[in-house]
Design a protein around this ligand. Structure first.
Ligand SMILES: *Cc1c(COP(=O)(O)O)cnc(C)c1O
Length: 458
């Protein structure tokens, strides 16, 4: 049974194809025409004022279930949805007021200490629920350069009917990143590839189209899945409910360190569902394609992408831009070509954007500590500096989104402020656990043999 909120491919702005409901779009991943699934703005359910006010007394899992319910009505029973949200969000989401009218939300208390846990954990549980319905089994193949592999592996660990094979370039990930993949065991198979990230990605892509592997029901869990988008609207609502009403002359402006723009999209959806705010800031590193687009009305990807300290944001052509453009009435294909112009005036009004250099990122880590006593890491630091460069504190109540734990970047944090950030508990435990990894040369025939071998025994 399908409910009324339908998702269409961003490559199909005029809806030539029938739409899919959330559950089907989630299981499908990428649309067949290579676009991303997206709902129309006027289909988003809006919370009324009274309901908004009631959120301040609800827990994080309760707010998550409330926001997601309209998207899964008829597909997931209410009490089951609540149980899934409670299970996914069994950790804190701290909101700190670090200066007058300056708030910081730390999305780093999940098992892999980055905000990606929020989306990956809910998507994993939704997928597992829908698989049980159809009695299917699924194998998730994912290649990682660092953080995504750990978040995806942790999110799917121990869930029935799903197994995860994660490929990582052995020589390119940090020990902490590697341990997030190799200490889980069970249904998580970590593969240490003697090669580069590009080799891992190429082997995964090859496997998806290999006829000899078609019986394996392979899928990916990458960030373009709509299942990773919706959960990212919840923490914005949660934060706004905790901050409460802002002074009329200081409305809320939310600063999002951005790479692929999935996090920002979550915020924009929350806002369109009725969250009170004055708008957003897309804070980027030296990959400045988006602020340039806003300044010039011309979009050009940065290619190759620039390597900056905030390495999870080194994206020269953000895939979620296609969704952002759809939200503003335009259409952009996967190469970045615009076939329909978005409402640029509205975009300018809603989203400010600024690029931050590595030197500014370093300075921000030091200044945040010296001026306010807060410890932030390079991604959050890009957001911090955006507030300063745009002079936002004079006009707005600001909410800075910190996307990772400082202990994931101990070298730069220690260098700038002389403090070695304490490891979060989940990562401390991993430091003492035994590692298990398969090894594989960067050659597809070897990887294929490894996969076939594994599949005999799972
Ligand atoms: C993935 C990531 C980002 C970028 O988020 P997008 O949704 O891709 O914009 C920022 N910070 C950290 C720590 C990340 O892991």
């Amino acid at each position: 049974m399908s409910n009324s909120i339908l998702f269409h491919s961003t490559n199909d702005p005029n809806h030539a194809q029938a739409g899919l409901d959330f559950a089907d779009a989630l299981m499908q991943g990428l649309a067949p025409d290579k676009g991303l699934y997206m709902m129309d703005r006027d289909q988003l359910p809006r919370l009324g004022k009274a309901e908004w006010d009631s959120l301040s007394a609800q827990t994080y899992p309760e707010i998550a279930a409330r926001i997601l319910r309209p998207f899964v009505t008829g597909r997931i029973p209410d009490e089951r949805l609540m149980a899934i949200c409670a299970d996914a969000y069994d950790y804190e989401t701290p909101i700190e007021e670090y200066g007058p009218g300056r708030y910081l939300m730390r999305l780093d208390r999940g098992p892999t200490a980055s905000f990606k846990d929020y989306a990956a954990r809910l998507m994993a549980r939704f997928m597992s629920f829908f698989l049980a319905e159809s009695e299917r089994e699924l194998t998730i193949l994912t290649a990682t350069s660092g953080d995504t592999g750990g978040a995806v592996a942790a999110a799917f660990h121990g869930l029935p009917r799903i197994r995860v094979v994660v490929l990582f370039p052995g020589a390119e990930v940090s020990e902490r990143q590697r341990r997030q993949m190799t200490t889980l065991g069970g249904n998580v198979y970590a593969v240490n590839v003697d090669g580069k990230f590009d080799d891992c990605q190429a082997m995964v892509k090859h496997a998806f189209v290999d006829p000899a592997l078609q019986t394996m029901d392979l899928t990916s869990a990458n960030s373009i899945n709509v299942g990773r988008l919706l959960p990212q609207s919840v923490y914005y609502m949660y934060a706004a409910s905790r901050i409460g009403p802002t002074p009329p002359d200081r409305p809320l402006r939310i600063i999002v360190p951005s790479g692929n723009f999935g996090n920002l999209m979550g915020g924009l959806l929350a806002w369109n569902m009725g969250m009170p705010a004055a708008g957003f800031v897309a804070a980027v590193n030296e990959n400045d394609e988006f602020p340039l687009f806003l300044r010039t009305n011309h979009y050009a990807p940065v290619s190759p992408s620039r390597n900056c300290l905030s390495n999870a944001m080194n994206v020269g052509h953000p895939s979620n831009l296609a969704r952002l453009i759809r939200l503003y009435g335009g259409a952009m294909d996967e190469t970045g070509a615009l076939s329909q112009a978005p409402d640029m005036e509205a975009m300018h009004h809603d989203i400010l954007s600024v690029e931050i250099t590595d030197a500014e990122t370093r300075a921000a880590i030091r200044e945040a500590y010296e001026r306010f006593g807060i410890v932030i890491e390079p991604h959050g630091a890009v957001g911090y500096m955006a507030i300063e460069k745009l002079g936002l504190s004079d006009q707005y109540t600001t909410l800075l989104v910190e996307t990772a734990h400082p202990a994931k970047f101990p070298e730069i944090v220690t260098e700038m402020i002389g403090v070695d950030p304490e490891l979060p508990e989940a990562m401390r435990a991993q430091a003492a656990m035994e590692e298990q990894a398969l090894t594989c040369p960067a050659r597809y025939p070897d990887f294929k043999a490894l996969l076939l071998d594994l599949s005999e025994n799972w």
